[in-house]
Write a protein that binds this ligand. Sequence first.
Ligand code: GCW
Length: 719
Amino acid sequence: MKYIVMICVLLVSVSSLASSIIEGEDGYRLWLKYDPITSASLKKKYTQQVGRFHVTGDTETMQVVRDELNYALNGMLTDATVVSQKQAGLLVVAGDQASSLAASNSLDLKSVGDEGYVIHQTNDGDASQILVLANTDVGALYGTYRLLRQLQTHQPLDGLSVSSSPDIDLRVLNHWDNLDRHVERGYAGQSIWDWHKLPDYRYQRYIDYARANASIGINGTVLNNVNADPLILTPHYLTKVKALADMFRPYGIKVYLSVKFSSPQLIGDLDTSDPLDPEVRQWWKDKVADVYQQIPDFGGFLVKANSEGQPGPGDFGRTHAEGANMLASALAPHGGTVMWRAFVYANEKNEERSKQAYSEFKPLDGKFKDNVLVQVKNGPIDFQPREPFSPLFGAMPDTPLMMEFQITMEYLGFSTHFVYLGSMYEEVLQSDTYARGEGSTVAKVIDGDLFNHNVTGMAGVANIGTDRNWTGHIILQSNWYVFGRMAWDPQVSAKTVADDWIRMTLSNDDKVVASVSDMMMKSHEVTVNTMTPLGLHHIMGAGHHYGPAPWVDSLGRADWNSVYYHRAAKDGIGFDRSESGVNAVEQYFSPLKEQLSDPATTPEKYLLWFHHLPWDYEVKSSGRTLWNELVHRYYQGAADVEEMADTWDSLEGKLDPLQFHQVQMAMDIHEKEAIWWRNACVLYFQQFSGQPIPETLPKPEKSLADYQKMSFPHAPGQG
Ligand code: GCW
């Protein structure tokens, strides 16, 4: 044994000597790497098929298409060249010419609309061409990225026939970036927007950001934090916003801003911001006109109002609808949209927090103007590691609801945990609301199908910062990627997207793809087990949300404290949101309501979200008592993270060394933190259960008091 250990030590030191400079992929290129295709035969085939290409048109966007193809094909193939239309193996065309090519090839181009595309291989033997056709330039750009994905993932081009258009109109990133470059809940460095140097200094990173977004169909970006600084609407900042909008326009990306509802008072010298006051209304109209003068395709406003201390119409005795409609009226003549957030939980309301958004917004259904979307977080509380879907989905048939997912990992381990969110997004999107009977999934609510809405949207709170690898952790790039793919197509499977991402970012080796894909697909469930198994929620460190802290009990509001949420006591644990408790289940449709009312039929993943149960309650799937199941999940979660780390280690030599090394270091932290969560939570809850941790399991190395003493005043990303 000793001998083996010695050899290991030797090997480790040799390999660390050899690796004092690790060369390789630092992650900057994301999934757009375009490295040479190593299989000679495949490379030859692709080169024959698309090595000679032609892009028609000379608009800015078509120039972007040409540049991207030139860069990508010359990266992956040998000597890709721009040739005449006739000689081209690959032809990218938009507009009228695309329509006539579609007609002569019997392709339906009309139905893919303004952003869609058709890819088709003509059947002319040697003269066969691959056509990328679209009604608009940006459609051609999306089609180009789709075609490139085919090469990046080593899929055949023969007989290729793809027709695609987005199911959701507004596919938008929300940056919670402050003007001083601090990113609220950001774990990947500073804000990528260098406000001080804008509008003159234009980093290549801005263009690469636009390329990455366009490659996955993201067509909007809200540049600043929803806890908004009113200065964003001053002339000084608007010229900077304009510079970014100008850079993003060729990529089909519109710029939006978060605005502070009290801006008329804060930067406009008015005495009020009452949305029904004529002067206030005029102020917004003028301000909006200013914005459009500089940015003719400006997207609109995102608003957090009367939530967590932000001002809003409620301050003037007005409703959310009155506030939103006032802004909507100012934006409507210019084609702008209001995205009004439903994330509200008011101080003065004496109602359980998970119920408040529904109570406040449902009565307003149908009262919003046509250019307002209500933006709802996926769960009823707040981006917890796992939540049931928000009951608002399905409950407001006369209002288009936008999904808000969090891409940044505020509650899921910052930027050191290996967690793929695709499976979580899928779980939410495929949840059945039963709003119009069985099959009324959340996806159908937000893509407009269920209630026939014309405007639809999905927002993702960005995980992007100035880190070389953009997201602080290579694997977390996949969450940006999957957000875009699911916003384009909410029915796409998390697994399909994970596989594509791995092939484009890490490796095309089937075995590597299978291992990493397996890790990614289980990573969310595993991490939930390490933090908040069985429906527990909001038991993380106060304020910064780092690490376990189920003991938090002294914050100013009851519903800021962990103890409010887990309710652990001698008699059991969990939050009774059934009829016998706060009756949050009543906000769901039947038969879900009834299912969630009864612990026996509540999915175990939500058990303690909806029920307060005795420690000896028998958990159906395992037959264990609740206490033993809780302990089991925490231990299993930590063991699974360890296993993931081992799997990753086994990929050494099969991956780019720098990518491998970065993820390996983060995995080590994930492993340690999973054990920390496990120990702290098990010891804490044990005080109430009064029951032992089974002898067979390792004992926590510290006492509960030690865990409680840990403090992190400088944890990143704080609000
Ligand atoms: O989860 C909470 C975060 C806040 C955030 C808020 C929100 C931007 O802790 O930092 O504020 O959600 O979504 O508005």
